[in-house]
Structures are given as structure tokens and as C-alpha cells.
Design a protein around this ligand. Structure first.
Ligand SMILES: [Zn+2]
Length: 412
């Protein structure tokens, strides 16, 4: 039997100190062999050469020989409510799977995402699962389930008639996003989503209006301007799905934070994005996965037109100097396989491993305006991972995650 000591003052919470001694530290910008990191509770207290960062009394020391310590990765574009389309087509996920089933899956997705070293994810739309991402985020924050810190977009906005699923015109079916149009409709929908927990407003600036046609613009310039104005006034950024030059141009002029996909981007529109400070999240892994689901045998067949075009537009994007966010549209492919985007960018799209690694950490943090993470710096969140080898030489090293700390707590 135990009893509590009678005391007028509750004991002060104990300070937890942890000293990490890896082979090298990648601080979000540069590799530093022989550095160490000291963590106090959920924050980084010190970082520097081992001789200068020593263990204070009561600190636990963790030696990590052969490992590189780096900031927890920031996934730029996920859908935790989706699972790979070669398992179940998108239409069927939206129409046939219950929200309970989708949320149950999402809890498993969140766990595998965190285990893969992703400590923050921008989750860009529930695709028909309403506000389930808000509850999922709360469950993670309350420690009920493991998962990354989430920025959620909730339902996303589409122009009436532009999205899916589309069955016969005689059947009305729930849509994968919220339809909104015109001044009153748009203001109301943006406020509704924010009121229900959206950290980000996502808008589809273009889409295929019919099954067998290319994407075309959806919202007018005035509508997009209004979406951004309404969201920004509540302190939320707007991100735009867009792949046509006109959709991208309108979204850029409206003042979105990022453009997602951008497959049909031209030199002109990338230049405009660069001028306006709009970043591109190219999601190359999504196109790569979808092409393979459609039968493309990578390494055997000639490259499909879609991939060839994507490589062309990425060349133009790179030449323009537009900032690149790293995000794969994971959910289209398996959660936990987030590193696929980084590998493709480095191996097939001409980025150096260092560029990719900066993008995946400090770059995404800057673009998404998360000044408390993405770097290993005194005072920032102790969201850290340790991987085998040197990911600045080969980003494939990011698959060898041996340790994940989220807010200073070992979660793997
Ligand atoms: Zn997406």
C-alpha cells in the first residue's frame, strides 16, 4: 500500500535531459561530423561539437555510432484517409468505405508515417471523410495513438460540378471535397472549414470536368482571390491543387502558399510563382505510382508521356528558381513509404541529395511557416531522427530510420 506525502506544494515536474552522440548531425542545412545534441524536455537545448556539448548532471547519454542525426522529416503532401489506389480505386474509397473504416486505417497510417521518420505532415484533404482529420490530429496530440504532428486541410474546396466521384447524372453521390461557389458560398465554406479545425484551406484550381478530358480551370480569379483573402484573414494559408498553366497562374495571382502537382507548368508560370513567392510541391511520386498502376513497367517499358512531360516541366521549374516543397501525395501510394518522393527527386529529377534533404526538413518548415521545427537549433522542438549512413550522399539512407524522437520522446 502506498500513500501520497502530505504537502502543500506539488513536486515540480522533473527536467528530462538527453544527450545524443551520433556520428554526424545534419542540422537542416549542413552536415557536421562529430557533433552532439542536448535535449531538455521537448526542446533542443544545445548543439555543437562533442567537446562543447557535454552531459549535465542527471542527463542520459545515448551513443549513436554510425548514425546521422537530423531533424524529423516534414511530409509536404499526404492523405492519411486514403490508401493506395491499386488496392481500392479512389471512387470506391470515397463511396463504399465507411468513415469508421477509413479512420481506423488512418490510425495505422499515422503510426507507420511516424515510424518512417515523418514527425510533421501536411495532410491535404480527407477526400470525402469530412472532418475526420481533425479528430485524428486530436487523438495524436492527446497521445491516444502515435503519429506525426498534423496540419490538416479538412474537406478541401471544389467548384460545383468539377470534382468526383461522378456516376450517372441521375444519381447524386457524395463528393470527395466540399462544393462552393460565388461570394457568399465561398466565404461561408472557408469559414466553416476553419471553424471546424482546418489549419490550411485547400482549393482545386483546376480539374477534369469530365472523365475523358484534360484538366481545365475551375474557380474564377475573383473566387480564388476571395478564398485566399478569407483564409488569410483568419491566419490560414491556402494551397492549390493545379496542373494547368491557367489554374496555376490564377492560384499564384490569388496568393496561395503552394501549388500542388503543377504538372503542366510552363517557364512563364514558374517565373510568376518565383516572383510572387509561391512554392511548388511537385508530388512526382504520385504520377510515378499511378503510371505503374496503369501498367507501366518501370525499367522495362518506354517512359509514359505523363512522366516525360513531368520531367520537362520540372526542368523548367528548376531553371526558374521557384522554391520546391517535398511532398509525395502519399496515400496514392503506401503510407510509411514517404521517402519515395525524395528518392525520385534525387535519382530521376536532377536534384542533389543535399537539396532534397534540405527541402524535406528546413525547406518545408520555411515554406509552411513552421519556425519551431525543421532544423537542429537551440530552442526548437526536439523532433529528431537518426538514420544509418549519410543521407546527404544517398537519400536512400532515410529508409534506415533507427530512432525517432518527437518532442524529445523516443517513439521508435
Ligand atoms: Zn493530394
Amino acid at each position: 500500500m502506498s500513500s501520497f506525502p502530505a504537502s502543500a506544494h506539488p513536486p515540480a515536474p522533473a527536467t528530462v535531459l538527453l544527450l545524443l552522440r551520433p556520428a554526424a548531425v545534419f542540422d537542416g542545412e549542413t552536415m557536421h561530423p562529430g557533433w552532439a545534441v542536448l535535449i531538455e524536455n521537448d526542446r533542443i537545448r544545445a548543439v555543437g561539437p562533442v567537446a562543447q556539448v557535454t552531459a549535465p548532471a542527471g542527463a542520459r547519454t545515448l551513443d549513436l555510432p554510425g548514425l546521422t542525426l537530423l531533424p524529423g522529416l516534414i511530409e509536404g503532401h499526404s492523405h492519411l484517409m486514403l490508401h493506395p489506389y491499386n488496392e481500392t480505386p479512389w471512387n470506391d474509397q470515397v463511396l463504399l468505405e465507411s468513415e469508421a473504416l477509413r479512420v481506423a486505417r488512418a490510425t495505422a497510417h499515422a503510426r507507420s508515417t511516424l515510424a518512417a521518420g515523418i514527425t510533421t505532415a501536411r495532410d491535404l484533404g480527407t477526400e470525402g471523410a469530412g472532418y475526420a482529420d481533425v479528430g485524428l490530429k486530436q487523438a495524436i496530440e492527446q497521445g491516444i495513438i502515435p503519429g506525426p504532428r498534423l496540419l490538416v486541410a479538412t474537406r478541401a474546396l471544389v467548384a460545383t460540378g468539377s470534382y468526383g466521384p461522378k456516376l450517372s447524372v441521375d444519381v447524386e453521390v457524395p463528393q470527395g471535397a466540399q462544393e462552393a461557389d460565388g461570394v457568399d458560398g465561398i466565404i461561408r465554406a472557408v469559414r466553416e472549414q476553419i471553424g471546424n479545425g482546418a489549419d490550411i484551406i485547400k482549393v482545386y484550381a483546376d480539374y477534369r470536368w469530365g472523365a475523358n478530358e484534360p484538366s481545365r480551370p475551375t474557380f474564377t480569379q475573383d473566387e480564388l482571390n476571395l478564398i485566399v483573402k478569407t483564409a488569410n484573414s483568419a491566419g490560414r494559408p491556402v494551397v492549390a491543387h493545379a496542373s494547368t498553366p491557367e489554374g496555376m497562374r490564377r492560384a499564384t495571382l490569388a496568393g496561395v502558399q503552394t501549388i500542388e502537382h503543377g504538372d503542366g507548368g510552363t517557364a512563364e508560370v514558374f517565373k510568376l510563382m518565383k516572383q510572387r513567392g509561391v512554392a511548388l510541391c511537385p508530388t512526382v511520386a504520385a504520377g510515378d505510382a499511378i503510371s505503374q498502376y496503369r501498367g507501366y513497367r518501370k525499367g522495362q517499358d518506354p517512359e509514359p508521356e505523363r512522366i516525360r512531360q513531368k520531367k520537362e516541366s520540372m526542368k523548367l521549374a528548376r531553371q526558374s528558381g521557384v522554391a520546391l516543397a517535398v511532398g509525395g501525395d502519399v496515400g496514392v501510394f503506401t503510407h510509411g513509404d514517404n521517402v519515395r518522393e525524395a528518392e525520385l527527386l534525387a535519382r530521376e529529377y536532377g536534384l542533389t541529395p543535399l537539396e532534397v534533404l534540405r527541402g524535406f526538413t528546413s525547406g518545408n518548415a520555411r515554406i509552411f511557416q513552421l519556425p519551431d521545427r525543421g532544423r537542429i537549433q537551440t530552442g526548437l522542438l526536439a523532433d529528431l531522427i537518426a538514420v544509418t549512413g549519410d543521407p546527404t550522399q544517398d537519400v536512400g539512407a532515410l529508409r534506415q530510420v533507427k530512432l525517432v524522437l518527437k518532442g524529445g520522446v523516443e517513439v521508435k
